[in-house]
Write a protein that binds this ligand. Structure first.
Ligand SMILES: [Zn+2]
Length: 300
């Protein structure tokens, strides 16, 4: 019984603390009194949680804020540079790496082009991008708190890549590989799911509960937000939508199926059409989205 009681107190304390931190994160700058009235916690509880959060460098006090009369309260702010995180968009023909603060503001970017590389070569490039971002992180109490990676394929709930046809990857335990190397939390997600989540949190989908996010690059991915939640389906449904058959007598696809959507509407499809039609002065190797766009801008 006693153990149980202590355990419950411990859980409640932790929940209160995270509640207080969440309110400061979303409504900073904010006074202790306003935190108490928003959360319904009593002032003593708020005060002791705030002290702990200040000691942990997750929040800080700033000068006095507006007061409705009487003494002006001290305001509390979220310390967005208590740590940093790394986000990677692992594309078929590029790797984009970002260093962000704890509010998701971009502090540093590293973009490299890749083409037709083996698994080992891609991993080497991925490490280079991650290492360069780690090397650039300013000193902070928590350092890099995690790495999130979007990949062009189906990902199961354990962060294993089941199939990434355009990279020719199958059953890659990317989360495990990276956790062993970097010893920090790693999140692997389908890139279109990641994009949908990003739009929901920071972009065009902030005010809506339902989003269909279509990511068109070398392949096609689709991420769905339904009722405010990322729809995961059975083990990574979204990576498969680009491989939905739209022409049963169509061309062969790298996924083993025929007539997939992305064979007709992706960046790769555009490059292929341009090469077939010999519309441009570019050689086949020179054709890319960028080179076609720049020709189009010149009126070709
Ligand atoms: Zn396919």
């Amino acid at each position: 019984m006693a153990l149980n009681k202590t355990w419950n107190q411990h859980v409640v304390k932790k929940e209160n603390k995270s509640l207080v931190l969440n309110v400061i994160q979303s409504s900073s700058p904010i006074s202790r009194a306003d935190i108490a009235s928003i959360t319904g916690l009593n002032k003593g509880t708020v005060s002791s949680q705030v002290t702990e959060l200040i000691d942990e460098h997750l929040i800080y006090e700033s000068g006095p804020g507006k007061s409705s009369g009487g003494r002006r309260p001290v305001m509390l702010l979220f310390n967005k540079i208590a740590g940093y995180s790394i986000g990677i968009d692992l594309g078929v023909n590029y790797i984009l790496g970002l260093l962000t603060d704890l509010e998701g503001n971009i502090c540093k970017e590293n973009y490299i082009k890749i083409k037709d590389l083996s698994f080992d070569e891609i991993m080497e490039k991925l490490y280079e991008v991650i290492d360069s971002l780690i090397a650039s992180v300013p000193s902070s109490p928590y350092g890099i708190i995690g790495i999130g990676i979007g990949v062009p394929g189906t990902v199961d709930n354990n962060g294993n890549i089941l199939l990434a046809p355009n990279l020719k990857w199958k059953n890659i335990h990317l989360k495990e590989i990276l956790e062993e190397k970097y010893h920090i939390p790693i999140v692997i997600e389908n890139e279109a799911n990641g994009g949908a989540h990003g739009e929901r949190k920071f972009g065009i989908g902030m005010d809506t509960k339902h989003i269909v996010y279509v990511s068109i690059g070398i392949g096609i991915g689709v991420g769905l937000i339904l009722n405010g939640e990322l729809y995961k389906g059975n083990n990574g449904f979204s990576g498969e939508l680009g491989h939905m058959t739209i022409d049963i007598n169509g061309k062969d696809c790298r996924c083993g199926s025929k007539g997939c959507w992305e064979l007709y509407a992706s960046e790769q499809a555009l490059d292929d059409y341009a090469a077939q039609l010999k519309l441009t002065s570019l050689s086949e190797e020179e054709i890319s989205l960028e080179s076609l766009l720049s020709l189009a801008e010149k009126g070709e």
